[in-house]
Design a protein around this ligand. Structure first.
Ligand code: 6R9
Length: 658
């Protein structure tokens, strides 16, 4: 239960002053009619036809929404389409074959451009090869590749023949690959020999060889030779070279398989905090319509744009906003293999400058790093091509928001803070950039047609400013259809908490805590499992973190609970500072003051531990669980998912010294 004295009740909402959309942006925006919210309400669910109209259908759908078997919704029922046709063929037919589809920047400075025609040719050849290997419609193909063009090519080849893909982030371990292939009963795997990590050759194939030993099923494996002479490899039984296959099927074309709108386009495993990874199932019609619509309405993508979502395709953000959304709209999508600080900290700005990028979409963790490195890096480059900036993946507090707005967007680009999840498929909460004011620190209202509610434990909407659980009433086209491991788990994970099946009332539970203000803007506070209870008061660790990161000189913060005899839990804060701030005492005092000012003395940290970096997963999420173990002097759990495992030992040493 969220009680009235509980988390966040009488605390100021940590949002900055609102900003209006820049008029230069409004004039050219894809969506600028303020009446769109009302229109979606009065015409719901038919309003979603606006999304479906962005696609080409082989057969028109009969109904927009079938909700007879909730929470297993069907969108655009009996409509038929093919995702690869929508991302490729139709752009060729529209005379845009020489338009750049993908611009790829490799780690070693390599560059490749694929026109829509080039992409079409290679997707078709690989689709023919997959068929020849025996892949049939509905067979799950696992793809375990880093950010090289063969990754989206393979996804589209799978989509072309109606074989759902399951992309496993290349940085995950052999065991993680085995777990995902087993769970999906997948007998086909596409991987590579290796890839470069800061200039060194890293062996991916040996991870796959380890995985093969543990897999029960026979697997046919296709290997992309990424490293050539830098990492010679030998192919075993049932292993094929990607380039040889392409040569064998050179020039072949494959008819796109007409898929039912509800047929599975792909499977994406996402780790829950505990237990088995969840295989989130996405549909062909609803998913594609929703990602195309949000790319159009929220990210303002236009066919003539160079658009860059600097995420990894191994996660949902890359699926929806590097591959399917932008390619469905026929734009040029950038793909970057490297890291933001190699060879130098201006790498991303150099790419924006050289490619005249129009729209740039990244995560707060990256923005905080840019802020920490300093404004001189973007200042070295011409970023005036930028028109819109986006943020996704975590809450972004006002200070990094403002930094992004000023130093990257030159106060001329709207910033969209987009809240969504692997399960929602596409953006569900965000401002519409030409219509809504931006409030730094709040993602925005539910998009048109999305009914977001912040509720208490009994499912009642909380008052504006109060904290509660983030739920969504009514379905939307991109919503996950089920979990591959079973309908029961899908129902239990997302629907049981707040729905009333007897009354046929269904509310999707996101697992996040949030606040909503008088204008319906949602400030996401983080997962509910990040809530700590200090002296009977429930505090959001994210809220405390936001108060900390608002202090000048602070780059990042992670707050966890430490068991305490007196208080139940104490607030324990880990902080990394920006370069140049070496007076820890002053920063520590400012942090404590700001927490007290923003939340109250109840949230005063028991300890503030300074560290050069926070431990993070490969997708950039801070591993609070580990930090909690460190704070509580417990044995550490698994650190294999970390990008920087060495930092945990350093933090422990720092605590021991104190
Ligand atoms: C797209 C993606 C989902 C979780 C979600 C929430 C957090 C994502 C956010 C945000 C605050 C935003 N999250 N976007 N929190 N503001 N704009 O990241 O999917 O990897 O499944 O993570 O990420 O906690 O529940 P996924």
């Amino acid at each position: 239960m969220v009680d009235r004295n509980g988390w966040g009740r009488d605390h100021p909402v940590l949002t900055g002053s609102p900003r209006s959309p820049p008029s230069s942006f409004v004039e050219q925006a894809n969506v600028s009619e303020p009446g769109i919210y009302e229109e979606f309400e009065t015409e719901w669910p038919d309003c979603w036809e606006r999304a479906a109209e962005l696609l080409s259908w082989d057969e028109e759908y009969d109904t927009v929404l079938e909700d007879g078997n909730a929470p297993f919704y069907e969108w655009f029922a009996s409509g038929r389409l093919n995702a690869s046709y929508n991302c490729l063929d139709r752009h060729l037919e529209a005379g845009r074959k020489n338009h750049a589809a993908i611009r790829w920047e490799g780690k070693q400075g390599e560059r490749r451009t694929y026109t829509y025609r080039d992409l079409y040719v290679e997707v078709n050849e690989f689709a023919a090869a997959l068929r020849d290997l025996g892949v049939e419609e509905d067979d799950v193909v696992t793809i375990y590749l880093p950010m090289i063009p063969e990754l989206p090519i393979a996804m589209l080849a799978c989509a072309r023949i109606g074989a759902p893909h399951s992309v496993v982030f290349a940085g995950l371990s052999a065991d993680a690959l085995v777990a995902r292939m087993d769970a999906a009963d997948s007998e086909y795997l596409l991987t590579c020999d290796g890839y470069y990590r800061r200039g060194d050759a890293f062996n991916q194939k040996s991870k796959v060889d380890n995985a093969q030993l543990k897999l029960e099923q026979d697997v046919q494996t296709v290997v992309v030779d990424r490293l050539g002479e830098d990492l010679p490899h030998v192919l075993g039984d049932e292993e094929y070279d990607y380039h040889d296959l392409r040569e064998e099927f050179s020039g072949e074309t494959v008819e796109p398989v007409s898929r039912d709108a509800e047929d599975m386009l792909f499977l994406m495993y996402t780790s829950g905090t505990t237990g088995e990874p969840k295989g989130v199932v996405h549909s062909t019609g609803g998913y594609l319509a929703h990602v195309a619509w949000t790319s159009y309405a929220v990210l303002d993508v236009k066919p003539e744009d160079t658009y860059w979502c600097a995420a990894d395709i191994g996660w949902i953000t890359g699926h929806s906003y590097i591959v399917y959304g932008p390619l469905a709209l026929g734009t040029t999508t950038m793909m970057y293999e490297g890291t933001p600080d190699y060879p130098d900290r201006d790498r991303l700005w150099e790419i924006v400058d050289r490619n005249a990028v129009d729209v740039f979409y990244t995560a707060p963790t990256a923005i905080r790093a840019f802020m920490k490195w300093g404004e001189e890096f973007p200042a070295e480059h011409d970023l005036s091509s930028l028109r819109l900036l986006g943020s996704v993946g975590e809450p972004i507090s006002p200070r990094p928001w403002n930094w992004y707005y000023e130093h990257i967007g030159n106060e001329e680009c709207p910033v969209v803070d987009t809240w969504w999840q692997t399960e929602t498929g596409a953006v569900t909460i965000s401002t519409l950039p030409a219509i809504d004011d931006m409030k730094p620190g709040a993602a925005g209202p539910g998009l048109p047609g999305i009914d977001v509610r912040v509720v208490d434990g009994a499912g009642e909407s909380v008052d504006p400013g109060d904290t509660g659980y983030l739920t969504i009433t009514r379905p939307w086209p991109g919503i996950a259809r089920t979990l591959y491991d079973g309908d029961d788990r899908f129902r239990a994970e997302y629907w049981e908490r707040f729905s009333d099946p007897a009354a046929d009332e269904w509310h999707y539970f996101s697992g996040d805590a949030a606040r909503i203000d008088e204008d319906g803007y949602v400030t996401v506070l983080g997962r509910v499992d990040d809530v700590i209870n200090v002296s009977g008061r429930r505090l959001s660790t994210m809220e405390i973190e936001s108060a900390i990161t608002d202090v000048a000189g602070v780059a990042e913060a992670a707050v966890v609970g430490r068991s305490s005899e007196t208080n139940g839990t104490d607030v324990y804060a880990y902080v990394s500072t920006e370069g140049g701030y070496d007076d820890e005492t002053a920063v520590r005092e400012a942090i404590v003051d700001n927490i007290e000012a923003a939340i109250g003395p109840i949230a005063r940290p028991e300890a503030v531990v300074f560290t050069p970096e926070l431990p993070k997963t490969r997708s950039g999420k801070i591993m609070r669980r580990l930090l909690e173990d460190v704070a509580n002097g417990e044995e550490l759990g698994d650190t294999s998912a970390l990008r920087n495992p060495e930092i945990v030992g350093e933090i422990q040493a720092e605590i021991d010294d104190e």
